[in-house]
Design a protein around this ligand. Structure first.
Ligand code: GLN
Ligand code: ZN
Length: 752
């Protein structure tokens, strides 16, 4: 037999039960007992799925009410002082205060910092370490879950984040100083687990896929020298990339087994199979935990069979990483046609794939393997996927296609003449409030209760209102407000060929928040203009210039499930060409400024520094491909939020956008340092107020920020705008905030 397990399962629930239970609890509509009951049911259900699929172990402690890193911070007593104010007796509420700054009981407080989990779209809460940090063990969550699993007849394999990864992900100076104290607690925990006669513990050290400073490599050696001697067996688990220079280090650690990502890790699992000790197991993560494609099981078996011969029962098979990053169940998709469905596997389906692989290794499961082979072949040949015209166009791209006609200084003059904007022009980032009326209209339209013409008329009315408000505010460059968009990626995904959208393909982003990434399955093509009528209508309502609004190719790629049968760079260029046509059509319709949002440019950076340039080359080329079809007097904007710019400023400059708007207000304009130091040549709109806060900023505050910006960037290349889109705000907040922004701008214009 071959050992079967997964590094983790999604916890949100096929119907997002956890999300709704959490939000009820936070709103005070349900008590803790109700929330915990839902959590317990979800765990049972997910274990049952794993057991039904024939997995040898079910993963325990992959469940979390909010975030697994926060769970570990709590388990090891890494709780900052401000959450020990005694303002609540409820441990649960204190947990939520750490996660989101507030809870039904206890005082509001600054939450832990939230940041991205490696190169995924999942966000974790960063533990904070300081001189007062004193690790201590509180393992009741983990122990309760183990007990629950056993009571319900499952064979639990607890999942832990390893101590070195936990420290790496934390905030604070000299974090490694905390390693010895933390290791004591880990050792105590493992001893407890061993005493419970648990066989295996999965211990995740995904930082092994990163460029590690030598003291962190040493920390891993120290840690596992201490932990590997415990009575429970450790499966050291890595994912999200290859281990490269860390492979030797990893395989040298005194543990009982290794899990490697066989998709992103290249051939390293084959090397590992040759090198592991005779009493060590190798778990090969050969089913993609980061994507939704059906696995080519016959191909996987070809790779696995020699390993099976070499390792026998010491070969385990698994998904590449936790299934947290894929939706729960394909069977809940009612709108996909049979062909599309045959291409896909969500978390639940991936469990069945594992089972078929195990059967296949024993010479069984022929029927399932034959069906899989058919599906895989059908996808490879589908006419819906391959479009010769798209391939031909991609092949014909020349260097000139990603270059504007003239350099920025020439364009700037022409744009100035055409747009006739004042010094420090004011604008917004695109969206205006998505009101409950807008959302209700869209829901009614989706249900069929509102006809298409009626729905579209409502959106036009919203646009008219939005344009009117901006005129009253006397903003300089207007936007149509994006009323018609549910989401900046899905909206375009619904209109492009080669994309499909799901109805229930939710993936946890953080806490109760989920995203529903569209799926790029085939060659991308734009059957017809996507935004032109809305922007043209908006422009027809005003004499002020109207900014067209598009989502850029890198962001369209980054926030989707991407096809795995060609390089991401090719897919990105295809999207770029579709957007190129949209940009040209907007220009033809008389739109003089077009914004191409790329908030995800930085997110796409590979985990290893050495891979950055290759990515940035095709990513920035794709942006320029989409932006370069227009005349010099058409002003191209881009927007990026939550980005550090220091280490990618050259790439950002190479986008050659005429104007870039960025998030800066929270950093007090510190993010501009990178632009100043680089002598960034084009125009910049550093956000002057934080749209994520419900508080309206004061005029003086904004004057101060703009002045600060003007010290770094010449005023004739500065714009004034909020940090990001306004879709999550209410009109009564937006109007006064923008009024003050305009006022602050006027004050400065008179001073400069
Ligand atoms: N144009 C988009 C908006 O205003 C940009 C959103 C974003 O940067 N995430 O909503
Ligand atoms: Zn933004």
């Amino acid at each position: 037999m071959t050992g079967l397990h997964i590094p983790g399962f999604p916890r949100i629930g096929a119907k997002r039960e956890l999300k709704f239970a959490l939000e009820h609890y936070w709103r005070g509509e349900a008590d803790a007992e109700a929330l915990l009951a839902v959590a317990s049911q979800l765990r049972s259900r997910h274990w049952q799925l794993q057991q039904d699929a024939g997995l040898d172990y079910v993963s325990v402690n992959d469940f979390s009410l909010y975030d697994q890193v926060l769970d570990h911070a709590c388990m090891f007593g890494l709780i900052p002082e401000r959450f020990r104010d005694g303002s609540t007796d409820s441990e649960l509420d204190n947990y939520f205060r750490m996660a989101r700054g507030r809870a039904p009981s206890g005082e509001p407080v600054r939450a832990l910092e939230m940041t991205k989990w490696f190169d995924t779209n999942y966000h974790y809460l960063a533990p904070e370490l300081d001189n007062n940090t004193c690790p201590s063990l509180a393992p009741h969550k983990l122990l309760n879950e183990i007990e629950q699993a056993r009571a319900e007849g499952f064979n639990p394999k607890p999942v832990l984040i390893g101590p070195v990864t936990l420290l790496w992900l934390s905030r604070g100076e000299n974090r490694l100083n905390h390693l010895p104290a933390l290791l004591e607690q880990y050792a105590a925990l493992l001893a407890q687990l061993g005493a419970q006669s648990l066989e295996w513990v999965q211990i995740d050290e995904p930082i092994l896929a990163l460029d590690l400073p030598s003291q962190w490599q040493q920390a891993l050696r120290t840690a596992y020298a201490a932990l590997g001697a415990q009575s429970v067996k450790l499966l050291l688990t890595t994912y999200f990339g290859d281990l490269r220079d860390n492979l030797d280090l990893c395989l040298g650690l005194p543990v009982d087994g290794f899990h490697l990502d066989a998709l992103r890790g290249g051939q390293e699992y084959i090397q590992a199979a040759k090198r592991i000790g005779e009493d060590q197991v190798l778990s090969v993560g050969i089913i993609d935990g980061r994507n939704i494609w059906k696995t080519d099981l016959n191909l996987a078996l070809e790779h696995l069979r020699p390993l099976k011969r070499a390792l026998g029962e010491r070969l385990w098979i698994s998904t590449s990483c936790s299934l947290l990053h894929v939706p729960v169940d394909l069977d809940r998709e009612s709108k996909l046609d049979a062909e599309q469905r045959s291409w896909l596997a969500f978390a639940t389906q991936k469990l069945s794939e594992l089972r078929i692989l195990a059967l296949g290794l024993d010479g069984q499961g022929q029927e399932a393997l034959a069906t899989n082979a058919e599906a895989v072949a059908a996808r490879r040949q589908s006419k819906r996927i391959h479009k010769p015209a798209v391939a031909a166009r991609l092949n014909a791209i020349t260097e000139a296609d990603s270059r504007r006609e003239s350099p920025y200084p020439t364009r700037a003059l022409e744009q100035r003449n055409r747009l006739n904007l004042p010094l420090l022009p004011t604008t917004t980032i695109g969206s205006f409030p998505q009101t409950s009326e807008i959302r209700a209209a869209r829901a009614a339209y989706r249900r069929g209760d509102l006809s298409k013409p009626e729905y579209e008329q409502r959106m036009l009315d919203e646009i008219q209102y939005c344009v009117k408000q901006q005129e009253l505010l006397e903003l300089d460059l207007l936007v149509h407000g994006e009323a018609e968009r549910n989401d900046m990626v899905e909206y375009f995904g619904e209109q492009l060929e080669g994309y499909l959208t799901t109805t229930n393909g939710w993936v946890q982003s953080y806490g109760s928040r989920c995203v529903k990434p569209p799926v790029i399955f085939g060659d991308v093509q734009r059957p017809e203009p996507m935004t032109v009528r809305w922007s043209a209508y908006a422009q027809s309502l005003t004499d002020k210039p109207m900014k067209g609004m598009l989502t850029g190719p890198v962001t369209m790629l980054q926030w989707a499930f991407v096809r795995d049968d060609q390089p991401r760079s090719d897919t990105c260029r295809q999207i770029a060409l579709a957007l190129h046509d949209e940009v040209c059509d907007l220009e033809t319709a008389g739109i003089a400024a077009i914004q191409i949002d790329e908030p995800a440019l930085r997110e796409g950076l590979p985990l290893r520094r050495g891979d950055w340039n290759a990515y940035l080359d095709w990513a920035t080329e794709s942006f320029r491909l989409s932006a370069s079809g227009v005349a010099d007097n058409c002003q191209i904007h881009t927007h990026m939020c939550y980005s550090e710019f220091n280490d990618i400023i050259e790439a950002v400059a190479s986008l050659d956008a005429d104007v870039i708007t960025i998030e800066t207000s929270r950093s007090n304009m510190a993010l501009l340092d990178a632009f100043e130091a680089f002598a960034y040549p084009n125009e910049i709109g550093p956000g002057v107020y934080d749209i994520h806060s419900p508080n309206t900023p004061g005029v003086e505050e904004m004057v101060g920020l703009i002045e600060k910006a003007a010290q770094r960037i010449p005023a004739d290349r500065l714009w004034v705008n909020p940090d990001c889109g306004l879709k999550t705000r209410q009109w009564p907040e937006v109007i006064p905030a923008l009024e003050r922004m305009v006022k602050a701008t006027r004050i400065l214009r008179s001073r400069l």
